[in-house]
Write a protein that binds this ligand. Structure first.
Ligand code: SF4
Length: 283
């Protein structure tokens, strides 16, 4: 059995930057260091940071009564209102929002200020999209795909959750173009995600089994698994090498591993090593 590992798997630029910031500030403040929500969607990294004194909290209210040294904003960013609240409360803010997400927030606000109705392609529940909504103004709408588009105003501006698929953007733009007079688009897709999806799709098309490594709560990792399943390739989404089962590879000639943007290199290597161990028995 041949085993391929995606070259673009693992930490993206934004996640690496945020994690580096978190490790750097751990233990540097008199009070505790808190992140609003888990800094990345990877339970193993979160546990490691907790052991160094960087604790995730649910929301700003959860900071009440705590001895807060600093608050880290994670890669997804926060809403405009949350940022104001943190500033008004006098907390020391360490902003680890990914610069690409910042750019998307900036464009959402720009479109609103220029009088466009803002359409955001993304998942309503995702923290990044909640942040974008807060910059996009009252008439803004969030759609998962073209089928969710409501009747729109005459002038529409589009931004995209950074981790969506380019094909979904194309579909939405075609559908919008048919019903409005003016369309302005900021392609806020992150190139790291686009390349990761492309590479994963190419691998999935040539193997018998796909293994996707990353947090079960990571939207971009789940998206990779969904993409592979849509190509009818047996796909297993795992968090660590402990989740692997040798039986998945029985009869397989080729297998491939890909990973989400929040998966540490170490976990990918462990998975690779274990599967290569099966390879020797299978082939
Ligand atoms: S996936 Fe892209 S947008 Fe998201 S954190 Fe990574 S680099 Fe930033």
């Amino acid at each position: 059995m041949r085993v391929y590992t995606a070259k673009g798997g693992g930490f993206c630029f934004g996640v690496k930057r945020a994690i580096d910031i978190a490790y750097k500030v751990a233990g540097k403040y008199k009070g505790g260091v808190y992140t609003l929500g888990p800094i990345i969607h990877n339970p193993q990294v979160i546990e490691e940071l907790k052991s160094m004194g960087v604790m995730p909290v649910e929301d700003i209210r959860s900071l009440k009564g705590k001895d807060v040294g600093a608050v880290i904003i994670r890669t997804h960013g926060v809403t405009r209102q949350a940022m104001k609240k943190l500033t008004d409360s006098g907390y020391t803010i360490i902003d680890a929002t990914c610069p690409y997400v910042k750019k998307a927030q900036y464009y959402a606000k720009l479109l609103k200020d220029e009088g466009y109705q803002v359409v955001i392609l993304g998942s309503r529940e995702h923290p990044e999209v909640k942040g974008l909504m807060s910059y996009a103004g009252r008439g803004a709408v969030v759609v998962r795909d073209a089928t969710e588009l409501p009747p729109l105003k005459k002038r529409v501006g589009v931004v995209v959750q950074t981790t969506r698929h380019v094909e979904a953007l194309k579909d939405v733009l075609c559908a919008i173009a048919g019903q409005i007079k003016e369309l302005k688009v900021y392609n806020t897709l992150c190139s790291s995600t686009t390349e990761r999806l492309k590479e994963t799709e190419e691998l999935a098309r040539k193997v018998d089994v796909m293994v996707i490594v990353g947090g079960k709560n990571s939207a971009n990792t789940t998206q990779l698994a969904k993409l592979c399943r849509s190509l009818s390739v047996p796909t297993h989404h795992i968090e660590t090498a402990l989740d692997l089962r040798e039986s998945w590879f029985s009869g397989a000639k080729r297998a491939a591993i890909s990973a989400g943007a929040s998966t540490p290199e170490r976990l990918i290597k462990e998975v690779e090593r274990k599967i290569k161990g099966y390879r020797r028995k299978v082939s």
